[in-house]
Design a protein around this ligand. Sequence first.
Ligand code: UDP
Length: 492
Amino acid sequence: MPKLTQVQVDAFPLHRFEPILGAQRAARFKAIARAASALLEGRAVVNVNSTAVGGGVAEMLQTLLSYLRGAGIDARWTVIAGDPEFFSVTKRIHNGIHGSPGDDGPLGAAEHEIYRRTIEANAAELEASVGKGDLVLLHDPQTAGLVEPLKRAGAIVVWRSHIGIDRPNRWSERAWEFVRPYVSDADAYVFSRESYAPPWLDRSRLWIIPPSIDPLAPKNARMTRATAAEVLAFVGILGAPATGSSPPVRFKRRDGSSGRLARRADVVQAAPPSPDVPLVVQVSRWDRLKDMQGVMESFTRHVARGTDAHLVLVGPNVRGVTDDPEGAQVLEECIDRWHGLSPGERRRVHLACIPTEDVDENAVIINAIQRHATVVTQKSLAEGFGLTVTEAMWKHRPVVASRVGGIGDQIDHDRNGVLVDDPTDLGVFGSAVARLVDDPRGARRMGAKARIRARDFFLGDRHLAQYAELATSLIERDGRNPRHPRSRNEEL
Ligand code: UDP
């Protein structure tokens, strides 16, 4: 089995936030960061998840940890290794916690055995680098089994679930029963919404911390319309101006250095749309619960005929996301469905797989497609918290999304976005999209309010302040000295 991977995390100075947050909010943030840094002196903050790319957890770790490092905190990111059997069990748990049967397979003794085998191999390696008093944040069910071995190694262990369902059903209950013995000893639990925490969880150890985005990351940084169109033309999502060879498209990387787009997207389409047609866009992993097929149906039946819009369904290149074994299959199903459309419908629907080899390049392409979109959709059947929703809102986009899970907290219906109560109602979903395509002024007004909502509630400073509060409470309770006292700036 492959070894653990240490993901490289840069250190970003906190003052980068100032122009966005304003002086007062930025000063408050810096004061919190300074206090957290003093508190965590001599302790590592070790984050563990199961993929370095693809999906919201990887996205957030990349950004939040950079600011922790910028504040002088020894923040690290480790990715566990697993074989396909392990990831098919954890995907079943993931689907279950979202209330879905997934592949319908069992979650019994044999699956515990598969799960434990991989966890033990990872724990053996991790224990060597985690010490007494270190603060460990384990993310999602893939890492739940590490609670116990890392507690034994003397770490303070937090288990964070980024997923959940508001109303439990038999699938979610079955999945939680699987996870329960692994997580019951955690020092704290973090959920995005209170309703996601299963009833047996000790409420005195429960923290509610919704996710956030980084406004300065290549995924969300400012980009002109012209640059967005150039990026999309280069990767093959938009038609290029008929000028022959296009100049290289440059972008700024997270570490400030200059990058150049090198890879094209794999796009299933009749021909790229012209840059001036309205685009309806959904960006998601190829996961059934994101219902990309449903978006396609809803678009072809209820949007395509009455408007000149095109639909672009955007997901990662399925080779890049190792912890998501269903990705290739779901993409295949979408492609089959696309082949089943009439020729006229096929001209209006595009399926794009974005390269994931270079995280910054991937982010810039997603940034461009979200900015170029006339309407962004998130027609999930279940959702912990849709980072893609906040990303689009930050970019002034009107979003039409299902009222499921955290999305209900992200959007105020009809004010800064549209929520559709029944995610399976293709007609209501499609009409909401068509209305916004037909009403550019209304869409602009909604987009402007969306930006304010994202700025006020879903940026990284709020998230990090909540983490600091959690760390303070745990360390005060722990009372032990860290294993490696060091001077503040030694590691940075
Ligand atoms: N994403 C990406 N490339 C893709 C598809 C998704 O970078 O091809 C990113 C997307 O921009 C967002 C994250 O993956 O930052 C998805 O997070 P979300 O919370 O929406 O859903 P999750 O994948 O965690 O269920």
